[in-house]
Write a protein that binds this ligand. Structure first.
Ligand SMILES: Nc1nc2c(ncn2[C@@H]2O[C@H](COP(=O)(O)OP(=O)(O)O)[C@@H](O)[C@H]2O)c(=O)[nH]1
Ligand SMILES: [Mg+2]
Length: 221
């Protein structure tokens, strides 16, 4: 009984996620679901994306937090269109929350939509929101054993961003071990090593985003 209840919830979520995806496709809008543990650097990366890409790509952000609108205020200050969802305790965003927030964004004016999920290395990976790609951050301060401990998010993600590499001289973290473990779980995963502080690696990440956004039709309007 318990199992079937959980399955029904996930089935219902997948149905709404498919509707969200249709809407994104109709607007030629590339959408990513950005996931990580709290503090890995998601919002700081969005601020850097606003600075570096904002002039060329119209970026919208849906911020998910248990409480507060701090992150939406940060990305709005960086020039991005932002909406905040307060989950009031829920540890992840689901497709219905995304659907409810979309009326607050001008989808026709956007090229790229980023959903910043609730900070959590577990639950967000289980719920599709309708995104085209899941992207995760793992910062070098979290430890190189995390792919082995939290495999689902690494399996589900199209891209792994190894973040805060400016801190590598100060922490014990084997980046090659992260790469090996992530690739063993998900042979197709793209991996970029980045620092939002120094800008290292952001060119490659922004290149990938620009390519994907163009492939979804931005600029063809
Ligand atoms: N050293 C370093 N710190 C960073 C970097 N990116 C973010 N941080 C810091 O990490 C903390 C959490 O960042 P935030 O972007 O709010 O993380 P989020 O919870 O994943 O959105 C803040 O103090 C940031 O200034 C980075 O590239 N290098
Ligand atoms: Mg954040």
């Amino acid at each position: 009984m318990k199992v079937s209840v959980v399955k029904n919830i996930l089935d219902a979520n997948d149905r709404i996620a498919a509707e969200n995806r249709e809407l994104f496709d109709r607007h030629q809008l590339f959408t990513i679901n950005l996931m990580s543990s709290p503090g890995a650097g998601k919002t700081t990366l969005l601020e850097a994306m606003g600075r570096d890409l904002g002039g060329r790509i119209n970026i919208g952000v849906i911020e998910g937090d248990i409480q507060s609108s701090l992150d939406a205020e940060r990305v709005a200050a960086a020039g991005l269109a932002a909406v905040q969802i307060e989950t009031e305790g829920a540890c992840h965003l689901d497709a219905n929350m995304i659907r409810s927030s979309l009326a607050n964004l001008d989808l026709a004016a956007l090229d790229l939509l980023v959903v910043e999920n609730v900070g959590n290395l577990v639950c967000p990976a289980e719920f599709n929101t309708g995104e085209h790609a899941k992207v995760m951050l793992l910062s070098v301060t979290e430890g190189d054993d995390k792919p082995l401990k939290y495999p689902l998010m690494f399996r589900e993600s199209r891209v792994l961003l190894i973040s805060k590499i400016d801190l590598l001289p100060h922490v014990r973290c084997d980046v090659a071990a992260i790469r090996r473990a992530a690739t063993a779980l998900n042979p197709d995963i793209r991996i970029f090593e980045i620092s939002s502080y120094t800008g290292e690696g952001l060119d490659q990440w922004h290149g990938w985003l620009t390519e994907q956004t163009a492939a979804h039709g931005a600029g063809n309007r």
